[in-house]
Design a protein around this ligand. Structure first.
Ligand SMILES: Nc1ncnc2c1ncn2[C@@H]1O[C@H](COP(=O)(O)OP(=O)(O)OP(=O)(O)O)[C@@H](O)[C@H]1O
Length: 363
């Protein structure tokens, strides 16, 4: 089993601690995505797994073997970077074969692996071309092919699509998803800023903030059951709306008074000791619906209407100072700036967090 285990992994640069003790068990064949705001330590963690960055503390195990001091070339890992770094004077074939030639593989074995990788990535017709005669997406596929040829146990990707334009990103993302299916036993770890890549590629997403794990879970688990406000706001776009509230009654359902005076009830259990405490009420923009009745969550005045055709985004000012509430309503609406609208939502899709930002569902 080529599992990967991180035990209390730490990283400091001089006196500055950037990774504060990461515990993570990755199973063989899993596709793990690291996400988090800029500077949270995603690349540092990936580079420690690759062996490109010294580990300050803790243990890193691959296949049960401690690899903290094992050099990158001996870890059975291949890494694909944002910049593909191909040799410009070598053909696609030679770029993919290069590492194997250095390693002294036989001509037959090199040919077999290059052709197999080219086949997976649909590069067969480009094998005799130089990188300058390829598009950005094709070059990135060659970089991925070069990594496949190394027969890695663990495949690391550091924002591999971020240099590509929107259409190529989508196409190459789909290639990576197919690659993951074809290399079902190969563990893949992927760093990205892109929500869609994280949601569509990952078996599990690791959300990081300031060198710590906030939550680990399947994409929809994080979306539907964020453990805290950080994850709730980080996963999903536009971000979840959060309205300050006070708990007025507890039990199997909880009653809240929202900022602005409206009372709402959510199907989330709280203890009697929570009554009177401050909380944060959360609802995703796409879970809001326009209401015509009296049974609504809150009402507000529309300040901006963004009609995108497929959906309309409504920005509602005044409920939370300095932060508009956003509603994402399907289709084209007959709504204009200045209209007052009532919003409702399915009660099962509401969220509630305590004053420390922890979800009451996760407590
Ligand atoms: N060589 C270094 N010396 C000192 N600090 C460093 C060094 N490399 C990285 N850091 C710091 O470590 C932290 C984590 O950096 P890292 O590049 O891992 O973040 P990231 O999550 O990958 O960010 P981004 O999404 O912007 O690429 C940052 O605060 C960064 O400033």
């Amino acid at each position: 089993m080529t599992g990967l285990v991180l035990k209390d992994i730490r990283k400091s640069y001089g006196a500055v601690d950037v990774i504060h003790g990461i515990d993570l068990d990755i199973k063989q064949g899993e596709f793990i995505v690291f996400v988090g705001p800029s500077g949270c330590g995603k690349s540092t963690l990936l580079r420690m797994i690759a062996g490109l960055e010294q580990i300050t503390g803790g243990d890193m195990l691959i296949d049960g073997e401690r690899v903290n001091d094992v050099p990158p070339s001996k870890r059975g890992i291949a890494m694909v970077f944002q910049s593909y770094a191909l040799y410009p004077h070598m053909t696609v074939y030679d770029n993919m074969a290069f590492g194997m030639r250095i390693a002294g593989e036989s001509k037959e074995e090199i040919d077999r692996r290059v052709r197999a990788a080219a086949d997976i990535l649909q590069l067969t017709t480009y094998l005799d071309r130089l990188p300058k005669a390829l598009s950005g997406g094709q070059r990135q596929r060659v970089a991925i092919g070069r990594a496949i040829c190394r027969n890695p146990k663990v495949f690391l990707f550091d924002e591999p699509l971020s240099n590509l334009d929107a259409a190529l990103r989508v196409a190459t993302r789909i290639e990576i998803a197919k690659l993951n299916e074809q290399m079902a036993d190969t563990t893949m770890i992927y760093v990205t800023h892109d929500q869609v890549e994280a949601m569509t590629l990952a078996d599990r997403i690791v959300v990081l903030s300031a060198g710590r794990i906030e939550q680990v879970g399947a994409p929809l688990e994080l979306y539907e059951r964020p453990a805290n406000l950080f994850v709730a706001r980080f996963i999903g776009s536009p971000a979840m709306n959060v309205i300050p509230a006070k708990i007025t009654s507890a039990g199997a359902a909880t009653a809240l008074e929202l900022t602005g005076g409206r009372t709402v009830s959510v199907d989330i259990a709280t203890a009697a000791s929570e009554v009177g405490k401050s909380a944060s009420f959360g609802v995703r923009p796409e879970d809001l619906q326009i209401s015509t009745g009296d049974d609504y969550l809150f009402a507000g005045t529309v300040s901006i209407v963004e009609a995108l055709g497929e959906v309309t985004l409504l920005y509602i000012e005044g409920l939370v100072p300095g932060e508009p509430i956003i509603a994402k309503i399907p289709g084209i609406l007959d709504v204009k700036r200045g209209d007052t609208i009532r919003f409702t939502a399915d009660r099962a899709k509401l969220h509630l967090f305590n004053a420390a930002g922890q979800s009451y569902r996760a407590l």
